[in-house]
Design a protein around this ligand. Structure first.
Ligand code: SF4
Ligand code: SF4
Length: 312
């Protein structure tokens, strides 16, 4: 039976809560189908304290094989590099992760905090928090750029604040059913099957985006990009096609996409999550001049009814 250890660093437990809301399949189905033994999880394990440390110890020493290590939350290095801001028992979490990771068949960072530092590592990062193998956009983090799990893979990053339950369940499924080699990763080691497209794809406000018909205040139907800070065109995630609770997404309920799967979250949006910066917004990779001219023509071509509905 494959073994899994799930540790938490600097986290609000949000990624665990998201995962526990998995459906189609739900968590009991996932665990039984994958026939996986959860050696320890801080929320669902019945034990804690010394008993939990005893359960983990043989995997940290390599005495027992560890198939998957999942880390949720950033790893805190402070104060002064000791890691004492986050203790497991009496030891810094970072020591435990460094001990377990080389023995893990696969290591998965769950949530933007574990992947890139996320909210815990946001400026000014008072606890010296970092991700497992990235610090924001830079490779490194706790384990360093050269880290490879026993299966020869780097840390598999499953970002999101929180991560969608499917992103973890399908990643675990691929790994534990022997298809780990087939998982294609992008430049930030995110599985392309979830993070190749942007959350803009599938957003029902796309027609308004195309015609440059923008909502100017919350509650209107128009696109949230021009005035209300939407980061959908630059945020790699399939939220608007996979949907949350199988029925919704931020932009479907009128909130801009906050860019939470990206390595610079939340600093990249700090101060303007709900208001586009005072510049002409241009999606990354687009040619600014052509984009601006094209959007001008799109606006001129916009049918009257689209304009009308955008402001409803
Ligand atoms: S990524 Fe977001 S939801 Fe997940 S642990 Fe960090 S703050 Fe919580
Ligand atoms: S609201 Fe955001 S995600 Fe939706 S179409 Fe506009 S820019 Fe794209």
């Amino acid at each position: 039976m494959p073994s899994l250890i799930w540790l938490q660093g600097a986290t609000d437990n949000g990624c665990t809560i998201s995962f526990l809301n998995a459906d189609q399949p739900d968590v009991p189905q996932i665990l039984s189908k994958l026939d996986v033994e959860v050696v320890f999880h801080p929320t669902i394990s019945p034990w804690s304290g010394p008993r939990a440390l005893e359960a983990i110890a043989p995997y940290a020493s390599g005495e027992r094989p560890l198939d998957v290590l999942v880390v949720e939350g950033a790893v805190q290095n402070g104060p002064d590099g000791t890691g004492a801001f986050c203790l497991v028992g009496k030891r810094p979490l970072k020591e435990l992760v460094v001990e377990l990771a080389p023995h893990a068949g696969y290591t998965v960072a769950l949530g933007t905090c574990a992947c890139f530092g996320g909210i815990a590592a946001a400026n000014p990062n008072p606890t010296d928090a970092t991700g497992l193998q990235f610090h924001h956009e830079a490779m490194g983090g706790l384990l360093g750029p050269g880290y490879r799990s026993k299966a020869g893979l780097p840390v598999i990053n499953v970002p999101g604040c929180p991560a969608h339950p499917d992103w973890l369940s399908k990643t675990l499924g691929s790994l534990l059913l022997g298809m780990g080699d087939l998982i294609e990763l992008d430049q930030y080691n995110r599985p392309k099957m979830f993070y190749r497209s942007v959350s803009h794809w599938g957003c029902p406000r796309n027609e308004f985006f195309e015609y440059s018909c923008s909502a100017q205040s919350f509650g209107q139907n128009g696109c949230l990009y021009r005035y209300l800070g939407c980061q959908g065109p630059d945020t790699h995630a399939d939220c608007n096609r996979r949907l949350w609770n199988r029925q919704s997404s931020k932009t479907r309920v009128g909130s801009p996409c906050l860019g939470c799967t990206e390595p610079l979250f939340p600093d990249a949006g700090a101060g303007h999550f709900f208001q586009t910066e005072k510049r002409l917004p241009v999606p990354k990779g687009a040619k600014p001049l052509f984009h601006v001219i094209g959007k001008g023509f799109d606006g001129m071509a916009c049918p009257a009814w689209v304009k009308e509905v955008a402001r409803d």
